[in-house]
Design a protein around this ligand. Sequence first.
Ligand SMILES: Nc1ncnc2c1ncn2[C@@H]1O[C@H](COP(=O)(O)OP(=O)(O)O)[C@@H](O)[C@H]1O
Ligand SMILES: [Mg+2]
Length: 450
Amino acid sequence: MATRIRKPKQEKPSTMEKIQALPDQTKREILGTLTTEQLAEMDYMWEMWARPKQIMPKGDWFVWLICAGRGFGKTRSGAEFVRMMVEKGRAKRIALVGRTAADVRDVMIEGESGILACCPPWNRPEYIITKRRLVWPSGAMATTYSSQEPDMLRGPQHDLAWCDELAAWQYDETFDHLKLGLRLGRKPRMCITTTPKPSMMMRQLLKSQGVHVTTGSTYENKSNLSSNFFQEVVGRYEGTSLGRQEIYGELLEDLPGSLWRFSTIERARVSEMPEMRRVVVGVDPAIKSDKDETGIVVCGLSEEGKGYVIADLSCKESPQNWARIAINAFFEYGADRIVAESNQGGMMVEEVIKTANANVPVKSVWATKSKASRAEPISALYEQGRVFHIGIFEDLEDQMVTYQPGQRKSPDRLDAMVHALTELMLKRKAPLDLAQFNWGFGKRDNPWRL
Ligand SMILES: Nc1ncnc2c1ncn2[C@@H]1O[C@H](COP(=O)(O)OP(=O)(O)O)[C@@H](O)[C@H]1O
Ligand SMILES: [Mg+2]
């Protein structure tokens, strides 16, 4: 696997973290001198709590791009940036743009790291939902926009903008209109807070002039994250290619020669499962059963003829156990067969499955072709936008983007997926009924006549 597993770097702490690290006696001396009001006020002193990376950088930038892992504290940094600019009187007409209208409301404004939670009660803006507006006591005003409605940003002008999760926006146009309207005041500026995704827009932004880039990982904000959240993100992604994006905030670069590109898979992601015409379970059995992984991937073919990866249930189990998992999946997803590779010396895949349940139809595929030539047509279907992933399959996707044709190690999940999608999308239709076919012999308009 080509995934780099990096040790989280030790980053500079916040002032509060430095105070926390002092001996108890010194801490008491510092904090003991403060009144209750001052202590309450301290809750809202972002300079005390923020790690250096979360504070507006110096310099002559137009865009401050915080491109970091999940839970790094991106949204909080964006909200605090807006608050600080309003408090300093440097922003009066602000644009707040999120992926959807609900994201702007629930995350950027009303969320735990949003503007209302960051602003102190004595200078908190009023949120007028019907007007999509926040109004501060000073008269400064922020208007909310959704990336799904680019036209809303055609026309309005602003002196400050905050974009959250830009990489997940649906239309690049929204960003273009926003930039064009960012021309009020002496020095209009923009803050973008996002986990990166391999898109053209992200690539261009990262190398544009006037963009100050801050990067960081989920680890850096560990002390402020619930252990559940931290476990969920780090446990799920650490060690996978996607982890470099989701935990470390890296923009993923494709490996030359690999059959799948990050951006192709990202484009293929959907959240809803359509009606399926057919479902099959692909199985690529391990050679040494409980040491190697057995690939078990459930795929479907929609009514419109599109392919879907529905579930990845791959495991390191004995033949009896993986057969049980594959059979359960067969029933749970309403599959019509299990397609299993049978080229492993002496491994009677069909027999293993039939022993566990004689009623499950199994189709054995004898891998006569090389792995690469089986995978290539499937990768072409992805390129054509004919295959989708329902959700994220981090380990399977890791194999897809790191697999290089000719590589010796067999990517088991990838093979199981290739078997399933080949069965659904590349097998020829039922043979023509020759008796019914009108050859047109003897007719003048015979289309076959040269
Ligand atoms: N410097 C900080 N001090 C205390 N809490 C923080 C700090 N930075 C972020 N947080 C908190 O950590 C949690 C995750 O931050 P958030 O900004 O939502 O992360 P992201 O947008 O990167 O996923 C939130 O509860 C946020 O308020
Ligand atoms: Mg966020």
